[in-house]
Unconditional design. Structure first.
Length: 106
């Protein structure tokens, strides 16, 4: 498994998005980890535990950092989210094309 960035920081919004997506789509920890490019299943488990104990409004505090660090991280999260959405869109397009090809062959 490739090594990720050490001491990576995630915003509370990103943590909440990860946990809510995982629960809504019934993803495993491993599937969630791959989808959101997070290096550790244990980290996701920890976020989920806090989310379930504290509730969505109070859960998942920020890891800290000054405003500049948080802004850089926010930009990084937005780029990661765009890549995830782009990949998902590619899968949807390929699936739709396959379905159309199958339907036209009948």
């Amino acid at each position: 498994m490739p090594k990720g960035v050490l001491n990576k920081r995630y915003t509370p919004e990103f943590k909440k998005l990860v946990i809510e997506t995982m629960r809504q789509e019934r993803l495993s920890y491993s599937e969630t980890r791959r989808r959101f490019e997070i290096n550790s299943r244990a980290l996701i488990k920890s976020w989920e535990r806090i989310y379930l104990e504290e509730g969505p409004r109070n859960a998942l505090p920020s890891n800290g950092g000054d405003a500049k660090t948080q802004a850089v991280h926010q930009s990084s999260c937005q780029k990661r989210w765009r890549r995830i959405c782009d990949r998902s869109l590619e899968v949807v397009k390929a699936t739709a094309k396959a379905l159309l090809d199958t339907a036209t062959k009948k």
